[in-house]
Design a protein around this ligand. Structure first.
Ligand code: SF4
Length: 317
């Protein structure tokens, strides 16, 4: 029996590339190695990669072999999430908003990820929901809940509906923000049911996508993103050497995002996680690129250049 449109993404997730040999065979290369941060590449993303280009910017993001460069500034966990976590699964840094770790699962494993060594067992907002809910209820200055992970859109539509319904019941919450990469790398995730849940929420919903390169915004994505016409769409990127560290790459990304109704929001400097040294763009180069972007694009197309200090804590450059 063929899967319904609402369930196709589950089937696509199961078909993701997850092992070095199959990746090396698929991409006709030998650069993949099995590592502690496992490989995961959805076929919808893998099929966008130019197999004839060993430096393809999409391929570079998922190659699992770690950097041979060793820099003492890089550590297993550069962000101190625990210091701002009053209850498991919830991070509270700024008075008006909290971030929930809603899922440990991602549609893709980005090899520059700052959470690749994160202890998700200690941070699970769903299994600790009663405590999380009580914390939010007892802190009436909180008006925004951010769903993060992992990727919150790796939850099923039914689980997401239940979670959002529970958040909507808390009277002082007005805004729901969702951080997701899966909507871009697996466009089949944007189901009709998901669109209904988000478009018809009582809350103001902001979906912050994570896209690093214009080619990730495929025709398939373009054909489904317009279902999300009742919410605000923003994008955040990570500035990555060999992926998007040029004026042309960043400009075309901003223009493509805007043509799809998505505003560029943040351009993050790399979080210094061990093994990701080869992705680092220096501060000096990052500031130069940002200056060139400002000179070449309208202001609303220029993302803010930021460095994460802690989860939900940013320094503008
Ligand atoms: S989707 Fe986000 S959390 Fe998941 S691996 Fe990529 S960067 Fe990390």
């Amino acid at each position: 029996m063929s899967p319904s449109k609402n369930n196709l993404w589950h089937q696509n997730a199961r078909a993701s590339l997850k092992e070095a040999n199959s990746c090396n065979e698929f991409f006709q290369t030998d650069v993949f190695e099995n590592q502690s941060f496992p490989i995961k590449i959805p076929l919808e993303f893998a099929n966008l990669i130019d197999k004839d280009n060993p430096n393809d910017p999409l391929l570079r993001q998922v190659i699992s072999s770690k950097s041979k460069l060793k820099d003492p500034e890089f550590s297993l966990s550069p962000l101190e999430d625990d210091r701002h976590s009053p209850v498991s699964g919830l991070i509270h840094k700024y008075p008006n908003r909290v971030l929930l770790i809603a899922s440990r699962v991602c549609a893709i494993h980005c090899q520059y990820c700052f959470r690749q060594n994160f202890d998700y067992q200690q941070h699970d907002a769903i299994s600790n929901w009663i405590q999380v809910e009580n914390y939010i209820i007892n802190n009436s200055q909180i008006n925004e809940v951010i769903l993060s992970g992992g990727d919150p859109l790796s939850l099923s539509d039914d689980k997401l509906e239940l979670l959002i319904g529970n958040i909507e019941k808390i009277k002082h919450i007005k805004t729901l923000r969702i951080h997701s990469r899966s909507a871009v790398v697996t466009p089949s995730r944007i189901t009709d049911k998901l669109a209904d849940i988000l478009n018809n929420s009582k809350l103001s919903v902001v979906l912050v996508l994570h896209t690093n390169h214009m080619r990730e915004l495929s025709e398939q994505f373009a054909s489904v993103v317009n279902k999300l016409d009742g919410i605000t769409l923003l994008n955040q990127s990570v500035l990555l050497k060999g992926v998007n560290d040029s004026l042309e790459s960043l400009s075309t990304l901003s223009l493509r995002l805007f043509s799809l109704g998505i505003l560029p929001y943040y351009l993050h400097l790399l979080d210094k996680v061990s093994g990701t040294e080869h992705f680092l763009v220096s501060d000096k180069r990052a500031k130069q690129l940002h200056k060139e972007l400002k000179a070449n694009l309208s202001g609303y197309l220029v993302p803010k250049l930021v460095r994460d200090k802690n989860t939900e804590s940013k320094v503008w450059l």
